[in-house]
Design a protein around this ligand. Structure first.
Ligand SMILES: NC(=O)C1=CN([C@@H]2O[C@H](COP(=O)(O)OP(=O)(O)OC[C@H]3O[C@@H](n4cnc5c(N)ncnc54)[C@H](OP(=O)(O)O)[C@@H]3O)[C@@H](O)[C@H]2O)C=CC1
Ligand SMILES: C[C@H]1O[C@H](OP(=O)(O)OP(=O)(O)OC[C@H]2O[C@@H](n3cnc4c(=O)[nH]c(N)nc43)[C@H](O)[C@@H]2O)[C@@H](O)[C@@H](O)C1=O
Length: 313
């Protein structure tokens, strides 16, 4: 990508979009096209087409989506399937119509079957039933993958699809009900420490396993693949190892410096028992993650403390 190329980062204020923006700016890309949700609602097809017609970016990073943790996905199925389908259809189609040179679409490790053999290879997609708690979001993501592949086949549109594992980092969604596990636990342990609470409750049994990739690593992989990969096949992006939710909670307790106990609320869903990605396709392309989990959690907790007022609003 040329340094002066016009690059649209959709969702630039989110966890991933903000990290992609940081990574592009650090690499000297200055001609970034950015619109907030309030300025451009990507579920509005006419507005999206008019935007692409007017602005004509050369590259698009599609990091805008309706995203949430296990409880949000399970509670708002219609919102998750509708908004993600609309965003994908509108942006991918308008980008092609406006002559965008290359588009990077972000799927998720949730697209794979609930009980896929571990680690999960890209070719196990649609090989079995989905995890019920996020099947709606997963179907929307699978539709986005298929749309990128169909537009490449029929129109030669250079769309590539990345499948990130669970992400965390600065700028995450720290909502206790709607966020993902790591930001929610950082906030829970911090607030328990401040309040002198005797224990912190973690959802589920603590036995599910999750792989966690720092969002700055994901952003680096996104730039790497936008510049070096141009295939129809999806590419998993992860660290290649996982921990139990209990181990993750104990690590967050250590990072936050909370002295109390951990309790488990098994009335809350565990979700997929395990979803470790096979990252050999990405490795063969020459990329691997760098940020270790404990270091990444310390970085995220520092950001959380610096933005407490904004988070608690
Ligand atoms: N977080 C994770 O663990 C993982 C994320 N991903 C994928 O990465 C991508 C980004 O996720 P993440 O950064 O975590 O999500 P965030 O919720 O942090 O960011 C999403 C961004 O999209 C914007 N957005 C949502 N709806 C609309 C809309 N209708 N019009 C315009 N903008 C909109 C949001 O703006 P606003 O907040 O103002 O509404 C926000 O800036 C998604 O595709 C997600 O599926 C994949 C795997 C794991
Ligand atoms: C990222 C990817 O994957 C997401 O699915 P998920 O990995 O199941 O999401 P999660 O991070 O919310 O939960 C992970 C595990 O952690 C446990 N858990 C404990 N305590 C809390 C807690 O306090 N909050 C949350 N959210 N989970 C908790 C929770 O019970 C579960 O066992 C999709 O939503 C979807 O967004 C997607 O694309």
């Amino acid at each position: 990508m040329e340094r002066d190329a016009r690059i649209y980062v959709a969702g630039h204020r989110g966890l991933v979009g903000a990290a992609i923006r940081r990574r592009l700016e650090a690499a000297g890309f200055r001609n970034l096209l950015l619109r907030t949700h309030a300025e451009l609602d990507l579920t509005d097809q006419a507005a999206v087409r008019a935007f692409f017609d007017r602005e004509r970016p050369r590259y698009v990073f599609l990091a805008a989506a309706r995203v949430g943790g296990i409880h949000a996905n399970d509670t708002y199925p219609a919102d998750f399937i509708r908004d993600n389908l609309l965003i994908e259809v509108n942006v991918i189609d308008a980008a092609w119509r406006a002559g965008v040179e290359k588009l990077l679409f972000l799927g998720s490790s949730c697209i794979y079957p609930r009980l896929a053999p571990q680690p999960m290879r890209e070719d196990c997609l649609l090989a079995g039933p989905l995890e019920p708690t996020n099947q709606w979001y997963a179907v929307a993501k699978i539709a986005g993958i298929k749309m990128c592949q169909a537009y490449r086949r029929q129109y030669g549109f250079r769309a590539i699809s990345l499948m990130p594992t669970n992400l965390y980092g600065p700028g995450d969604n720290f909502s206790l009900e709607d966020g993902h596990v790591l930001p929610a636990l950082i906030r829970r342990f911090h607030e328990a420490k401040e309040a002198g609470a005797p224990s912190v409750t973690v959802w589920g049994s603590g036995t599910p396993r999750r792989e966690f990739l720092h969002v700055d690593d994901l952003a680096d992989a996104a730039l790497f693949l936008m510049e070096r990969y141009d295939g129809e096949e999806i590419v998993n992006v992860g660290v290649g190892s996982d921990v139990t939710i209990r181990e993750a909670a104990e690590l967050v307790r250590k990072v936050v410096g909370y002295p109390g106990r951990i309790e488990f609320d098994t009335s809350r869903p565990d979700g997929t028992p395990r979803k470790l990605l096979d990252v050999s396709r990405l490795g063969a392309l020459g990329w691997s993650a760098r940020i270790p989990l404990e270091e990444g959690l310390r970085d995220t907790y520092r950001w959380f403390l610096e933005h407490l007022a904004e988070i608690r609003r």
